[in-house]
Each structure stands twice: as structure tokens, then as C-alpha cells.
Design a protein around this ligand. Structure first.
Ligand SMILES: C[S@@+](CC[C@H](N)C(=O)[O-])C[C@H]1O[C@@H](n2cnc3c(N)ncnc32)[C@H](O)[C@@H]1O
Length: 376
């Protein structure tokens, strides 16, 4: 079976439904767009490339934009169509966007959590570039090879497994054993408590590759695109609109995020057709301090967690050294998949139900301790 058919079959069986995902930072996009018109504004045209069941396209439509959503999964498009007839929904393959070029041009192409599934990255990037207006922007979010899932896959393949989940008893036993070996700090979670559906959806989706931000930039340059802005994502898990959700999150999720602070698992890259300076961006997340880290500056998340681990982040031109705090370490030690934030709240004598987002903010603010500016 061709890789693309695998993806189609997977998303037909399990349409991707993520209502309310926060994927866009309008001020950031507007800064990156200058001096052109902001790509997010009433009347501007957007293509949602890999729209799933339509929530991102609907968000943009609510902002008054003209929106086209395209997805390879017929079932997802069927679900999206039921949401609104004010968006143009297309069942199609992003590797053949030229078959639909009459729909463009677009001021914004949003390709979020999709590119890693598309085997022919060059065709994907070329197709999106060709649909852009002269000032248009492509927002591409991808997982990097630092994504915790990559470590699981490497270990799984070393055991002779495939990047697909058939859920036989033997496979399940092997996965659970692997989880025990990888241990609580793997950033993947407690595999024994995961249902087969979660394993299939979260750990073994039919991804074609995990590329680094540099690799995406090189591929984009080959099709005449210029990097306009980059943001390394550490807060996707946290950017949930409902703060009460955090209370139930297992601490393994926190461990994932803590590791993400050392090696970002996802990147958001903005490309344009016109060359322009890449903007230095910082501190937009509500919950975690983010900084613009030059690609490649972050060491891989290997080795033991202790207070000697440090991370260099460049923020507004200053390189800062950050070290794990005692509380950060305590949190990592608690990350064995059985504890929840509620447990941690108990240890800290805080009732997370009352403080909700505040507790999370406090925990994350304290997870890393800035040691000082290194170089101007
Ligand atoms: C993880 S979901 C993301 C959906 C949505 N962008 C979001 O973030 O909620 C990945 C989506 O990409 C779609 N997809 C994967 N490969 C594709 C391709 N070659 N052409 C069009 N859509 C594709 C899948 O069908 C699926 O709906």
C-alpha cells in the first residue's frame, strides 16, 4: 500500500477532531507579514491544507475570511461539509494542489500538523507556494525529530516493529514491555494505561517523516520560499482553551513538556515568496516562557535529569542560561504516569481546582530557573 493511501485509510477510520485548537497567533503573523497586508483579516483568503474535520477552517471563517479547506480523507471532508457551506471543502491530495489552482491565490496557507504525513515534501511546498499572493504567507507546523514519539518509534523498530499498530496480543505485550524499559521520563506516557485507540492515534499514526526545522527550510528554499518567522513550540499541550482540563493531565504530559523545554518537539515556520529579515520572536505563550531559539542551538534531550542540565535560549538578542529547578526535578521524578496534577497540588499544598491555570503557570515558571545572560 502506498504511504498516502495508508494516511487516507487511517484518517477515514479516525477523522482528526480537535475542536478549539489554538494554532494561530495573530499578532505574530501580522508582524511577520509586514510590510504586506495582514494575512488574517476579514475578506482575506485562506487555504487550510489538511483541514481534517474543519475546526481551523471554521475559526478563520468566523474572522470573516474566505476559506477553502482540503483534505485527503473523504470522511473528514464529509464531516466538515456538515459544519458549514460558507467554506469551500475539497476532497484532494496536497501533493497535487495544481489540480485545484483555480481556487487561489491565497493570503494565508495554514498547514498545521499535516506536513509530516505527506511523503513528497517538495510537491507539498511547491503546490502551496504556487497558490500564494505576492504578500501571502504559509504557516507550516511540523514535529521535529525531537518529538517523544520518534524515540518510541526508534525503539519499537529496533524490536522489529512497524510504524503501524495492529493491536495483536503479542504486539501489545511488546509495547507494554517497551514502555517499562523506556521508563517514566520517556515523555511518552505510561503505555500500559493507554487504550489501543490512543496508541494507534497518538503513537503510531502513519507519519512519513519527522524533519528538523533546518530540513524544512532547505526544502522550502528549493521551491523559492523564504523563511519569515520561526517559533519553536513548547506549549501545544498547554494551549488548551479549557483550563480545567489541565487538572486531569497525567504528569507524564508535564514530563513531555519539560523535555520540550530542552528540545522543542514541534516547530512553527512561516514562509513567504519575498525575501525579508527573519523576525526574532519571543514570549507569546501564556503558560510557558517561550523564546526564539536559533535552529540547532538546543542540545538533544539525552542523559540524566539533574541540576547540571542547562539550556541556552536566545531571547531579544541575549543568550540566557537556564537550569532545572528543584521543583522542576521533583516534577520530573513524579512523572511515572500514575500521578496527576491533583497529586502534585496535594504535595505542594495547593488545591489546583481553585487555582487552575495559576498553578500551572506557577509550576512552569518555576520549572526552569534563569541563571543569567551569557552573551549580548
Ligand atoms: C493530524 S490531522 C491535522 C488536521 C488539522 N490541520 C488540525 O490540526 O486539527 C492531519 C490531517 O492531514 C490530512 N492529510 C494527510 N496527508 C494529506 C495529503 N497528502 N493531502 C491532504 N490531506 C492530507 C489527514 O487526512 C488529516 O486530516
Amino acid at each position: 500500500m502506498q504511504p498516502t493511501d495508508k494516511v487516507r485509510r487511517f484518517y477515514d477510520a479516525m477523522p482528526c477532531e480537535r475542536p478549539g485548537r489554538i494554532t494561530l497567533s495573530t499578532p505574530w503573523l501580522e508582524r511577520c507579514a509586514a510590510p504586506g497586508p495582514p494575512p488574517i483579516r476579514a475578506g482575506a483568503r485562506a487555504l487550510v491544507a489538511g483541514c481534517g474535520t474543519g475546526s481551523e477552517a471554521m475559526d478563520l471563517r468566523r474572522l470573516g475570511m474566505e476559506v477553502v479547506g482540503i483534505d485527503i480523507s473523504a470522511r473528514s471532508i464529509e464531516r466538515a461539509r456538515a459544519l458549514s457551506d460558507e467554506v469551500t471543502w475539497i476532497h484532494g491530495d496536497l501533493q497535487h494542489l495544481d489540480q485545484h489552482d483555480a481556487l487561489g491565490p491565497f493570503d494565508l496557507v495554514l498547514c498545521h500538523a499535516v506536513a509530516d504525513y505527506v511523503p513528497d515534501s517538495a510537491a507539498l511546498l511547491r503546490g502551496m507556494a504556487d497558490t500564494l499572493t505576492p504578500h501571502g504567507l504559509i504557516l507550516l507546523s511540523t514535529n521535529t525529530p525531537h518529538h517523544p514519539r520518534q524515540r518510541l518509534l526508534d525503539a519499537w523498530r529496533a524490536l522489529g516493529g512497524e510504524n503501524e499498530w495492529h493491536s495483536t496480543d503479542e504486539e501489545r505485550a511488546r509495547l507494554d514491555g517497551l514502555g517499562d524499559v523506556l521508563g517514566p521520563h520517556s515523555g511518552i506516557g505510561n503505555l500500559r494505561t493507554m487504550t489501543d485507540d490512543i496508541v494507534r492515534m497518538d503513537l503510531f499514526p502513519p507519519l512519513a517523516h519527522h524533519r528538523s526545522a533546518e530540513q524544512w527550510c532547505a526544502l522550502a528554499a528549493d521551491v523559492g520560499l523564504h523563511l519569515r518567522g520561526d517559533r519553536h513550540i513548547r506549549d501545544l499541550v498547554l494551549a488548551h482553551p479549557d483550563p480545567s482540563v489541565f487538572g486531569g493531565l497525567p504528569l507524564t504530559t508535564i514530563s513531555t513538556v519539560a523535555q520540550a523545554l530542552v528540545a522543542p518537539p514541534s516547530s512553527m515556520l512561516l514562509f513567504a515568496r519575498e525575501p525579508a529579515p527573519v523576525l526574532a520572536l519571543s514570549g507569546e505563550s501564556q503558560l510557558v516562557t517561550t523564546a526564539s531559539v536559533p535552529v540547532g542551538a538546543i542540545p538533544p534531550a539525552e542523559g540524566p535529569w539533574d541540576e547540571s542540565r542547562s539550556l541556552h535560549m536566545v531571547d531579544s538578542g541575549v543568550t540566557r542560561e537556564l537550569r532545572l529547578t528543584t521543583l522542576g526535578l521533583e516534577m520530573l521524578r513524579l512523572c511515572d504516569g500514575r500521578h496527576t496534577l491533583g497529586d502534585l497540588g496535594e504535595r505542594l499544598k495547593v488545591d489546583w481546582r481553585q487555582v487552575e491555570g495559576e498553578l500551572i503557570r506557577m509550576l512552569y515558571a518555576d520549572l526552569l530557573h534563569p541563571v543569567g545572560a551569557l552573551t549580548p
